[in-house]
Design a protein around this ligand. Structure first.
Ligand SMILES: [Cu+2]
Length: 302
């Protein structure tokens, strides 16, 4: 009798917040109170957060959308909450040797709130003068701009989030890279750039954002691109695959001023060590163990 009156409320509560991350099949009624304690922990995955689709490869017979050549998805019954176990965790850092980030992707906007961007300056094919300050201007829609967290300690530590208007809360990065010529066919090295800036304000408040390239660039041919980010610097995620790009790129040239070598501080082979005070300090892996050294095999993996 005592058992029923004392433990019944705990067992009812336990079933309401049943914990996907803990195996409680071995727990007996006699330690029901400790079960309840464990299930109240915030590290527990709530039943109503579980995405059942993650349990399936997408290749089960009769599944809608199957086509030849598709890969079976990796599977996990519990949202891959332990996907990074045993790997070097990103843990808020920009780790140059790679890492594994276990934070959920977060809130995804409606189709009517998808980000779109166009670079309004420089214009395609513009010929700028070397070593001369200019602005990169961007017109963006549906970005709650000007929001960014500490990139040294909180890189990817929180999910993408939306403002009350349904738009993604975040900021825009721009990168200018030397591409050699307007018809370049070799992709530029992403770890090298002439200029990088995280635009940390909301511009004119209506999506017009600007970055000043102080001192301009040396003579050359360049590509400038946007990289839209959520507040924790992650690339933005969108609700549907078939859509216009959230980012824009423009190619332009810079012609040499008469006489003398370039004086610009934005030389062609800048890298990630360049703007660390602004866009976060990078570091090597603490264990010397990159995330990709351990391949996680899912049920559906070939
Ligand atoms: Cu950023």
């Amino acid at each position: 009798m005592f058992f029923i009156t004392f433990f019944a409320p705990f067992l009812v509560l336990a079933s309401l917040i049943s914990c996907a991350s803990l195996d409680y099949s071995q727990v007996t009624a006699n330690d029901g109170s400790s079960l309840f304690k464990r299930q109240g922990q915030k590290s527990c995955l709530n039943q109503n957060s579980i995405q059942k689709a993650s349990s399936l490869t997408g290749q089960e017979k009769g599944t809608q959308g199957i086509k030849a050549g598709q890969s079976p998805s990796k599977t996990d019954p519990n949202n891959f909450i332990n996907f990074c176990a045993g790997l070097e965790l990103t843990n808020g850092k920009q780790i140059t040797s790679g890492s594994c980030n276990g934070v959920v992707m977060g809130k995804i906007p409606a189709v009517s709130n998808m980000i779109s961007t166009i670079i309004t300056n420089p214009k395609p094919g513009d010929q700028l003068t070397s070593d001369t300050t200019f602005n990169v201007s961007i017109q963006a829609t549906h970005l709650n701009a000007g929001h960014f967290v500490n990139p040294t300690t909180n890189y990817y530590t929180a999910p993408q989030d939306l403002g009350s208007n349904g738009d993604i809360i975040g900021h825009c990065h721009i990168t200018v890279q030397d591409i050699g010529s307007m018809d370049a066919t070799t992709p530029p090295d992403p770890s090298k750039f002439a200029f990088f800036k995280g635009i940390d304000d909301d511009g004119n408040g209506r999506g017009l954002l600007q970055a000043t390239v102080d001192g301009g660039l040396p003579a050359g041919t360049y590509r400038v691109c946007t990289l839209m980010g959520a507040e924790n610097h992650q690339p933005v995620i969108m609700p549907i695959a078939q859509r216009g790009a959230q980012d824009d790129c423009t190619k332009f040239t810079v012609v040499a001023k008469k006489g003398g070598a370039s004086t610009s501080k934005n030389q062609k082979n800048g890298d990630m060590n360049k703007n660390q005070a602004e866009e976060g300090f990078v570091q090597g892996g603490s264990k010397g163990k990159a995330a990709q050294t351990k391949q996680t095999k899912g049920k559906g993996q070939r």
